[in-house]
Design a binder for this molecule. Structure first.
Ligand code: CU
Length: 155
């Protein structure tokens, strides 16, 4: 129910002509951080519009910098992550799911801890010029596990 309301709010905030055929963002959430942490991770689902597009830039008032990361597993099963330098492709009509263990938004230079129960805010900018605001509930470790998330290996 709460998620439906958030989605509705997002739809209203995101409004305008871009929404009908444009990209949209859903189901955003962020991982809470322990005191003193300087980085955090957030996740969401992007839905492509009528044209191919690409998420090229993300910012948050709660972080000095936000990068778009992907997670890779090498032959030995070691996970590492790196910035998607060219941004995240979002083909027309397809969904891109950013989730633990995969692509994610990486927050650096946090202005403060991300406390469970609060909200992280993001501005997403796409190659097409589309701009979306996303609100991400900050989840406790227990709530993250409820999402099927593995324990944080690399954050
Ligand atoms: Cu990362």
């Amino acid at each position: 129910m709460i998620r439906k309301i958030l989605a509705l709010i997002l739809a209203l905030i995101g409004g305008g002509p871009a929404l009908a055929e444009g990209v949209s963002a859903h189901d955003a959430y962020a991982r809470s951080t322990p005191p003193g942490a300087r980085t955090a991770a957030a996740f969401l689902t992007l839905q492509g519009g009528a044209e191919d597009d690409r998420l090229i830039s993300v910012s948050s008032p709660q972080a000095g910098r936000v990068e778009i990361h992907e997670t890779r597993e090498d032959a030995a099963g070691i996970l590492s992550m790196r910035e998607l330098a060219g941004g995240l492709p979002l083909p027309a009509g397809e969904a891109a799911i950013l989730a633990p263990g995969g692509a994610h938004l990486m927050l650096f230079d946090l202005t403060g801890p991300l406390e469970a129960g609060e909200t992280a805010r993001f501005t997403l900018i796409f190659e097409s010029g589309a701009r979306l605001e996303a609100e991400a509930p900050i989840l406790s470790p227990r709530e993250m596990r409820g999402r099927g998330a593995a324990p944080a290996a690399h954050h």
